[in-house]
Design a protein around this ligand. Structure first.
Ligand code: GLN
Length: 245
């Protein structure tokens, strides 16, 4: 068995340890006896690789890199990505990547970066003089009820949801989508949009397992039983950080 991981724009969209998510997916897949195949898909790779992936990941970036990626997404990749998400390919989109899935992201200087509009959200920066949302963040998601998830956020943009029920999680500590409405991220089909760097998957193994399970179900059928993870140390590390926040 193998799982194709599509890592979108690793050279451009990769901040605050986001590549740790790829390492975590590879680590857990190997422990389960499944071969992880990492496919880097950036500006020079063809867009039609996207629908061949079993899991898609894209990290965050500074505004400058987002402007470059914006141009490339318009060049077919955005269309393929939209179709991939609709078809249920599980995915994780962090911060700048999450902003791309919405309608648009308005930068601090007023410049608009278009989104692919698959999530019914929009993002606006409140301007240069308003502080960014920075710090450790704790959330609770109905997908993982009973567990507090831990991450780190650093974003200027504030994201607003048409329907707050589509949020990935509720905020326990931190800002999340906009620092006002208590929501964090967005969940649609099998795709998670989130402001959680950290990186999110090494810190929260259940989220990694969720993506792997969805990918294996889609590719090999629901009857495949996955080996149970020994995530004792990850949980201990998370408990320690949570108890200090
Ligand atoms: N540049 C975007 C913002 O500041 C996204 C930041 C990020 O991905 N960390 O909101």
């Amino acid at each position: 068995m193998n799982i194709n991981i599509g890592w979108l724009y690793p050279d451009l969209m990769n901040t605050y340890g986001d590549r740790g998510n790829i390492i975590a997916l590879g680590y857990w897949l190997k422990k389960m006896g499944i071969e992880p195949v990492i496919n880097k898909i950036s500006v020079n790779e063809p867009a039609d690789l996207i629908p061949k992936m079993d899991i898609i990941f894209m990290g965050g970036a500074q505004d400058k890199q987002q402007e470059i990626v914006n141009k490339d997404l318009k060049n077919n990749k955005g269309k393929y990505l939209k179709e991939a998400i609709i078809s249920g390919i599980p995915g994780l989109y962090v911060c700048g990547a999450y902003q791309f899935l919405g309608k648009y992201y308005k930068e601090a200087d007023g410049n608009i970066i278009d989104g692919i509009g698959i999530f019914d959200v929009y993002t606006e920066s409140p301007g240069m003089n308003i502080p960014r949302c920075i710090g450790n963040i704790v959330i609770e998601s109905k997908l993982f009820s009973g567990t507090q998830l831990l991450g780190f956020e650093n974003h200027g943009g504030r994201t607003y949801l048409a329907d707050k029920k589509q949020a990935f999680a509720n905020i326990i500590k931190g800002n999340g989508n906009n620092g006002e409405d208590g929501t964090e991220g967005f969940f649609y089909k099998n795709s998670i949009g989130s402001y959680m760097h950290g990186p999110i998957l090494p810190k929260n193994p259940e989220v990694a397992l969720f993506l792997i399970k969805k990918a294996v179900d889609r590719k090999y059928g629901k009857s495949v039983k996955l080996k149970k993870l020994n995530d004792k140390w990850e949980n201990k590390a998370r408990e320690f950080v949570l108890s200090n926040l």
